[in-house]
Design a binder for this molecule. Structure first.
Ligand code: 4AD
Ligand code: MG
Length: 431
């Protein structure tokens, strides 16, 4: 193979003649000059083919090129401040690898179902590429945040014998002669890991057989789940607000070009700085009732409620102290008010809904046993989890951040389906 330069490396090759491997994104022609929009996945560059300066076969090869044809191009790198990459190639040679016939995604508007059926190709669109680059930067920032603070990355299992977040949306599978479920959350295992390693975080796929078809729900999504020994509810919130501000500011620092490609209003992201506002569930209910919403104390919020609350703020807001009655069995009740738990949901601004759910966990073995009875959970199936309260129990807290909702918010997308390369949704398993 010849030595190739990537579009990302053109900066160091100004004035030189280089080969790039690329696809044709688009083409314009003035009769004497052809402008080739080339992409190599890493970047975009315009190739300029001047009829009077190239051999006829080069001119003709350029003329034949169709959208998404693959090719090698040799050209001289020139600085071009008006182009997105900052460079242009004065084309000397064109070597076609394959002429693509009838690429199904044309610059005209397509419906979402049409594009989703061709997701494997749609990923090549500049906007989709930019989203995936930002997603990768978000993941990198997440890992950096926890690695720099001495958290250890721990991987919980994907196949589990029992549930973490209730039984209504479990994915069932056979595990030889036993029943197993795809994990809904690694939290319970992360609690065990926190007792072994102090501060831990996981990053992996989680699964929920959600029957709801909304713009915030995926069947398969990725979660970051930190768990911290000797950390209470208050400290848990401080970690979360530092964490989310860090991630947003990092994306602003490293992904300017991509944010521009997708048309994100970066002013909104610049405001994302800790501390974040906090309101209690009680205050939220009162506010919603004043706004004319039909909701009573003891009911969970729906998307419109979350949006109404979030609209008051320019940064994420914590809603704390939800009723014990509808929250998860492991959440620690407020000692002064056991009808509410020491938990918080972080609601993103601009109507993106809940991006984090977290809480202080029950550390008292008797109280946990009571909760098990109320929730009719099998003490046998969760014996290992109960053991954690028997052998050196300590106060501890943690949370889970949904990656795709976070990407949707940071990118300003109206649906989570574009935040993950191949979304798994209700009625969509292909491609
Ligand atoms: O609020 P959830 O259910 O919390 C837990 O699973 C805890 N065990 C986490 C923990 O404390 N370690 O889910 C956490 C986050 C939500 O805030 C949301 O961002 C995301 O996961 N999430 C989903 N994202 C996309 N599609 C779905 N179906 C989601 N369900 C939850
Ligand atoms: Mg939640």
């Amino acid at each position: 193979m010849r030595t190739l330069t990537t579009i990302g490396q053109l900066k160091g090759a100004v004035g030189q003649s280089v080969w790039i491997g690329c696809w044709l994104n688009g083409k314009r022609s003035s009769g004497k000059i052809q402008f080739l929009q080339l992409r190599d996945g890493i970047g975009y560059v315009q190739g300029v083919v001047v009829k009077s300066e190239v051999e006829e076969k080069v001119w003709n090869a350029a003329k034949e090129l169709t959208q998404e044809s693959s090719l090698y191009v040799k050209g001289i790198v020139r600085e071009e401040p008006r182009s997105q990459s900052g460079f242009e190639l004065t084309v000397e040679e064109v070597e076609i690898i394959q002429l693509a016939q009838d690429y199904p995604i044309t610059p005209k508007e397509h419906g979402v179902d049409y594009l989703m059926d061709r997701r494997h190709l749609w990923l090549r669109a500049p906007k989709q590429r930019a989203i995936l680059v930002i997603r990768a930067e978000i993941i990198r920032s997440i890992q950096q945040f926890f690695d720099e603070r001495n958290f250890t990355l721990v991987d919980p299992p994907v196949l589990t014998p029992s549930s973490c977040e209730g039984t209504t949306n479990l994915f069932h599978t056979k595990y030889f002669d036993e029943d197993a479920y795809l994990t809904q959350s690694g939290q319970l295992y992360m609690e065990a890991a926190a007792m072994a390693l102090g501060k831990v975080y996981s990053f992996g796929p989680t699964f929920r057989a959600e029957k709801s078809k909304t713009r915030r729900h995926l069947i398969e999504f990725w979660m970051i789940e930190p768990e911290m020994a000797f950390v209470d509810h208050e400290e848990n919130l401080r970690v979360q607000e530092q964490f989310v501000s860090f991630v947003v500011q990092n994306v602003l620092k490293h992904c300017r070009k991509e944010l521009e490609t997708i048309g994100r209003d970066v002013g909104k992201l610049e405001a994302i700085q800790a501390p974040f506002p906090r309101i209690t569930y009680d205050e939220a209910i009162k506010f919603l009732q004043e706004q004319g919403h039909e909701i009573q104390w003891g009911e969970d919020f729906g998307a419109p409620h979350e949006t109404a609350i979030a609209e008051k703020y320019d940064r994420p807001v914590f809603i704390t102290h939800y009723p014990t009655s509808f929250k998860a069995f492991y959440m620690k009740p407020d000692p002064n008010r056991p009808e509410v738990v020491l938990c918080a949901d972080m609601i993103a601004p601009e109507g993106y809904g809940e991006i984090i759910g977290g809480s202080q966990r029950i550390d008292d073995p008797e109280l946990l046993a009571e909760r098990f009875a109320e929730h009719e959970l099998s003490t046998e199936a969760y014996q290992w989890y109960l053991d954690l309260r028997k052998y050196g129990t300590v106060p501890h807290s943690g949370f889970g951040l949904g990656l795709e909702r976070t990407v949707a918010w940071i990118c300003g997308l109206d649906h989570v389906r574009e935040t993950i390369p191949f979304p798994r949704m209700l009625y969509r398993l292909y491609p």
